[in-house]
Design a protein around this ligand. Structure first.
Ligand code: NAD
Length: 337
């Protein structure tokens, strides 16, 4: 199954299927030196499979976790490439989740002003979301994704077999991003998520449909305006919950909770059923007032009001503006029921 994405005047293919890893080199006609960047939580057999079809392979493994998206690792990977004589025409391949993809993508964007970048995402979140769209970044001075570049990959290979080793919570957290896209853009995808009785069988279809949504958004709107803002559904409150509850909850779990706040009764009911199905949280131990300082810091603030995305009906979205206090009042109302 293939999707072609056009971004920044370039086109790239996203290939989705099972047992694809070892076909990577041939599929994308990769030549020259290749640096595979992975982390120590990603089963190393995935990088080994990807390396099979390549001639001159180097590997760089960073520690797993968000803390690795830092300047030190960025610099260390660049230094490793210089030491090993990488040139402008060589390649960087990310084999891992969004952390590896964001860091390796930024390395690829920066080394010699840009080498070929490929993404082999291995978490559900990176397979449905972060592997396309061209955003690469590291966290800097305590601010997430504050330094980075828009740098589309040359190709993306999604092997759904990699999901077999992913922890259940990580899987569900990624599913929350798919639920978000379905709720705002695609009622059929939402029904599929609601009704599938065999997630492993339907994963490819769910990933494809989610990526079709992200592709539509990205192609229409590369730099975080309009449609792309709709992808922030659940994120205003979600980010605040993530900060307030750190490190107890995963990003997708917080987004799931955040989505409940800007949904109609009817949408909320359907969301709650889906959360139960995928073991996503339906409530968490935080105080609405405790979220206020985090919501006030929200980067989407416009004057004293914050841009919010809401969902009245599955498959649609709307934009609004609320004050931080209005938002926490809604949080109280929703979670007191
Ligand atoms: N660039 C974008 O557009 C974009 C979009 C959304 C999120 N992100 C970024 O993505 C990051 C989160 O990504 P994530 O949720 O993939 O987390 P992650 O990359 O931290 O991966 C989660 C964990 O799963 C492990 N793992 C990865 N693949 C595995 C597999 N197949 N089997 C077993 N374990 C595996 C990793 O080692 C890690 O411990 C954040 O830094 C976020 O900012 C980027």
């Amino acid at each position: 199954m293939k999707i072609t994405v056009s971004e920044k005047k370039t086109e790239y293919e996203v290939v989705i299927g099972k047992g694809l890893l070892s076909s990577f080199g041939e599929r994308f006609s990769v030549s020259g030196k290749t640096l595979i960047v992975s982390d120590d939580g990603v089963p190393q057999k995935y990088a080994e499979e990807v390396a099979k079809g390549l001639k001159s392979v180097y590997k760089f493994v960073i520690p797993q976790g968000e803390g690795s998206k830092n300047l030190k690792n960025f610099s260390d990977v660049l230094a490793f490439m210089l030491e090993n004589g990488f040139e402008r025409t060589d390649n960087v391949v990310a084999v891992g989740g969004g952390v590896v993809g964001d860091l390796a993508g930024f390395v690829a964007a920066s080394y010699m002003r840009g080498v070929n970048f490929y993404n082999v995402p291995t978490t559900f979140l990176s397979e449905v979301d972060s592997s396309i769209g061209g955003k690469t970044a590291i966290d800097f001075c305590g601010v997430k994704n504050s330094v980075g570049a828009f740098y589309p990959p040359k190709g993306v290979l999604i092997d759904t077999d990699t999901l077999k080793t992913l922890g259940k919570r990580q899987l569900s957290s990624g599913i929350a991003e798919s639920v978000k896209m379905a709720a705002t853009f695609d009622k059929e995808l939402f029904s599929l998520l609601e009704n599938t009785d065999d997630f492993e069988r339907d994963a490819e279809e769910i990933i494809r449909k989610s990526l079709e949504i992200k592709k539509r958004v990205v192609e229409n709107d590369l730099k975080e305006q309009g449609l792309r803002r709709a992808l922030n559904f659940g994120h205003t409150v979600g980010h605040a919950i993530e900060s307030a509850c750190f490190p107890r909850l995963l990003h997708g779990e917080c987004v799931a909770l955040g989505m409940l706040v800007f949904s109609s009764e009817e949408v909320r009911e359907r969301l709650l059923k889906v959360y139960k199905k995928y073991s996503l949280p339906t409530f968490a131990d935080f105080s609405a007032d405790g979220l206020l300082p985090f919501i006030e810091k929200d980067k989407k603030a416009a004057g004293d009001k914050i841009n919010v995305v809401y969902c009245e009906e599955i498959g649609s979205f709307g934009f609004g503006k609320s004050t931080p206090r209005e938002i926490t009042d809604t949080v109280k109302e929703v979670f007191s029921k």
